[in-house]
Ligand binder design. Sequence first.
Ligand code: ATP
Ligand code: MG
Length: 360
Amino acid sequence: MIIAESGQLYQSIKLLGSGSFGSVYLVKELNSKQEYACKIISKAHIQKYDASSMIQNEINIHVSCNHKNIVRLYSYWEDCNNIYILLEYCSKGHLIDPKTPFNDDDVFQVFHQILDGVNYLHQNNIIHRDLKFENILIHEDGTLKLCDFGWAIKVDQMSVPNVMCGTTEYMPPEVVSKSSLDFKLDAWSLGVILYVLLYGKFPFQGDNQDQLIRNILYDQLIIPSRNDINEDLTNLIQALLIKNSQLRPSIEQIYLCKWMKLNMKSHNIFNHYENEQLKLKVKQKNITLKVVNNSLYSTPNKKMVNSNYVESKNDFDHKSTSFGKTHNSCRTIKSISINPSPQIRQIDKFFNFLENIQKF
Ligand code: ATP
Ligand code: MG
């Protein structure tokens, strides 16, 4: 099949995948020999399901995105029969449930890329609403990229409509119960992805759709025991799969959890949110930075030492930061005046800082 668009000719090479609305083909532009993926959506299908505004929305949102962890949408056009969407080609297909459950480091290598893509979307007021293995593609160079913006929504002034959207296994309680929705919806799906990577099965299952929905709403989360998994990672999964969306961490809070911070540091990946938090602490707590023996370190003023802070070697100490130099910092909090509820206490394990607890 040859697809033509304003002077360019694309030869279809093979079918890459099919979804509920379209078929995606590998195509080659005949002049440049450049390969692309082309999603072809039949207009008859769109008409049958009254889906034209949904497709328009998918294109509008996707074309506005420009991030390394999001599949690039280069152009789109239509003819009498179809709508064509020309996409960056990801030759290694989509992420699949691992045959043998991942270890801690494998999980991080996958998760931080997905998180970067979702962070970009949330910063641009976009909720993906269908994060799942099939919608995470692998580029030739190994980079993971989010695709399929069919359920995505741009949250401007309007509230998010309460419709059942996405794929049930990945849906949070507020979606299956059609309650109010927000960005935390994607955080739940991230929890499901992490759970499947680690334990090779969905956290909530059911023999049929009704039972699955009941289990998502009421079943207690069970974390299978695996001695080789870092407790900080299981704390993160538990926090992401909290049924009350208000208690679930935001994307920013995921970057600030202990497991992410430690892994990002050990893989030399810049953590923007940790850096912002550190800068804020320096500003708010009047921590002065001094250069001693060519290294930068923070000194608490007397008032701080007398209040709740003590020196700690657990976290920021002697680690490289965006200041570009090594530094010490004070962070451990001796006394916490608030009395957290059991659910908050559960999340408490997941964070390092008092300010994170107070956010809840
Ligand atoms: P869904 O049923 O999830 O709504 P859909 O009709 O919206 O599906 P997509 O999810 O965009 O379609 O694509 C379907 C499948 O096609 C993907 O799971 C993937 O296997 C393949 N695919 C999509 N885009 C690309 C791409 N850019 N490169 C390689 N394969 C792709
Ligand atoms: Mg899809």
